[in-house]
Every structure is written in C-alpha cells, then in structure tokens.
Design a protein around this ligand. Sequence first.
Ligand SMILES: [Zn+2]
Length: 480
Amino acid sequence: MLVRRPLRRARRLAHSLGCTALALATGGCAVTTAAVAAEPDLVIARARVFDGRSAQLRENAEILIAAGKVVEIRTAGGIGAPVVAATPGAATGAPRVIDAGNRIVIPGLIDAHVHPTIAVPIAQLRDNDPNYVASRSTVEARRMLLRGFTTIRDMAGPSFGLKQAIDEGVIEGPRIFPSGAMVSQTSGHGDFRGRSGTPRRWTGELDVTERLGYGLIADGPDEVAAAVREQLRAGASQIKLAAGGGISSLYDPIDSVQYFEQELGAAVQAAADWGTYVAVHAYTPAAIRRSVEAGVRSIEHAHLVDEATMKLIAERGVFLSPQAYVFGGVFAGGAPSAAGPPPTAAQLAQREKSRMVSAGLDRMMKLAKKHGVKIAFGTDVFGGSRVFDWESREFGARLPWFTSLEILRQATSINGELLALSGARNPYAGGQLGVIEPGAWADLLVVDGNPLEDIRVLEDPQRSLRVIVKDGKVVRSTLD
Ligand SMILES: [Zn+2]
C-alpha cells in the first residue's frame, strides 16, 4: 500500500494530464517530475495571475496546489485541461476546483509591521488579565487573515503561543514571524514603565510589560546580547530593537538616540550567530545611521530621515518599513476633550511627537522613491479593533507616492524578500512567500476588481476578496 499509493496517484494525475500509462512508462509524456510527484488537492481555474512581481498578468491560468504548495501554473487548454473538468466530489481524492471566473489572483498579503498581541491600548496591558488580552489577540489574528494578510511580521509582543496555535490549526490566523519582546535601553522606546516605575537595575524587579514579553530593558553589550538570545531561544525569527525615541512610549524624546554602537553591534552579532537579523525602531537620521552602520537590515518608520541617510539606506540594501496611514495624522489631531481631564505634560509631548512624525511622512516617501530603496509594506496597527481595522487603509494611504502596482509589490514580493532575511530562523523556510510560482507556499487571494490598477479595492476585503487560500487550504470562498 505504501508503495502502490503514490504510483496510483501518479497514474491518476498523468491520466488527468492527458497522458496514457504507457506513454508515462516510456517517458513519452510531457509531465514534469514535480507534477507527477504531487497530485493537486486544489485547483484555481480560469485565473488571471499576478505573480507578485510582473506587471503582466498571466491570463487564462490554472494554479495547481498540493500539500500547501503551488506545484504548477499552466495555461488552460494546454496539457492537462481535463483536471479542471473534475466535478467536486465526483471521486474520492479528486481535487477541489474553484473557478475564479477570470478574476485576478494575487499572492496572500504580508503585513511587515504589526502587533497582534497588543490587542488593548498599551497603557491597559498592565491592568488586564493576560488571558483576556490573548483572547482578543486570537480574534484580531483571524480578522487579519480575513483582510487577506496571510503572513505578518510581529514587531514586538509575545506572539509565540498565538503563532503555535495558528500553525497547529487550532485557530485561524496568518503565518507569524515573531520578534518577541522589543529590546530597549533604560528610558528607551521599549521601556513602558509608569512615571514612578522603579529602576530594575537596583531593585531586580521586571516591569509587568517585561514579564509579559512586550519589551525587555537591557543596557550594555552583554545585557543586550543576553536579551537578544532570550528572544531567539523563545523562537524569534528576527530581533526588534528600539534605536531612537518613540510616540507610544511617553518618556523618551523623539530626537533621543538609543543604544551605543557597541550595544547595537552586540545585538547584530548575537542575531547573526543564529542566522538572522535585527530590525530597529528609528525616526531620526542619527538613530538610523548608527543602526545601519552597525549592520541592522530593516529600519522601521524613519519618518524624520534626511537625504544623506536615505542614500546610505539605499547603498547598503537595507529595507525601509514606513507607515503612511497611522503616521499620516490620525493620531496627531487629538484636540483635548472638554469632558475629560486635561492632558498631562507627557500626553501633550506625545501629541507633539506624533505631529512631527506625520509632518515628515511626505518627505521620507519622496526620498525613498528617489533613491530606489526597498520599501516594505507594514501598518503598525495595535491597541484595539478600531485601530486594527485600519490595516487595509495603508493601501490607499500610499497612493500619493506610489502606483497601485508598486504598492501591491511592496505587500507581496518585496515583503517576501524581507521575510527571507530570517534565513535559518525562517519558520516557513520550505517555500517562498509573497509570490505565486511553483514551490511557493499556496497563500493566495481571488480578487474582485483590479488591484494593479486601483489598490483601493483591497481596502474593502469583505467585498473584494472572493477567495482566501492559506497554506493550500481554503479559508473563505464565495465562488464555489
Ligand atoms: Zn510598531
């Protein structure tokens, strides 16, 4: 049985591909070894395929999927047309066929900067039962998948268990590339202690946000290396460091440069020793430059960058991971409510930081485009359902600087390249992400409308995503 079954499968596929057993046996049939080796369990027929890169759609295509991977993309009417004629349920083992009806099929979307485990506002993380926050995270993870994001890079937060439950099929959600806790210096962007938080170094106490795995405070090369190794041991696929001031952290000025060269170098070395890389949170030229010089591969945000620093990013082939929607002014307006208490000095400072960052957005995007930087697609949504729902708005928010096709490439193949930097620590190293090609993971979306011409169709995923496939499994389909 163990021997015969694959043979029977190969024969059946060969038959469906229009070959006789004799032709197959004598090598007279144009069936590739790969095709014979894997019988499709899912076929997307009558598809117009965007492969993640090419502006040219592949028309009238059939995508054959087996064991979670794309095994073949072929033109209908060529060899193997009979496969799509299979009636669902006609015979045990017949592939499920979804007729895309000449709609466009794109790779599953990737969000390169998001925080599924910050499912309540940061300040509330310390006041809630962690199980409550985790329950909300599972709901948000599923909603991300239904928005078409089949893969996310978690840029700080304890998402190891969430990832495990998703990978095991216990709950539905995207593939997760976890960073674990954001490693931060004392007083840095990942130092979420309250105003009167006690100094860890002298009391030995971790802050609750550190115990929960959102941030980890480390000072000096030795501690930084140890903090990085803790995340790697827990299963991080890349490392996130705070290299400069932030908005959601209340007590670090936006212009503050965080971590010395030696500390950044220690993090980069500790990550490289495990075959992966470091991404940093940084807005300013000084913070970005120091990070790039230390060997950091991905700059998160960068809204206050200058031209010389953008050139350096381009020269070193470093990825830029900016956000247009959440830093486009949605937080900056915040007029004080007449009903509530007056804002604290820290809250006023936070508003000013937000204003500065959104003011830098236009210039940063123009510089990035001018210098041909590799631009990732990341949304940085966190804090609650209302904000998570903004995830899809990042598409249209980039239109002032990029074409729809460019934005679609950012969210698919370019993000796929970024994720591949995890190298030996890539949890999904068996296939490519962000592309539709033989050997890639079968993560794909059948879309109503043409996102290559108008990316905004992806802003209404409930309506435009007719089929969502992740790992070769149909998550949602309104077509069969
Ligand atoms: Zn973030």
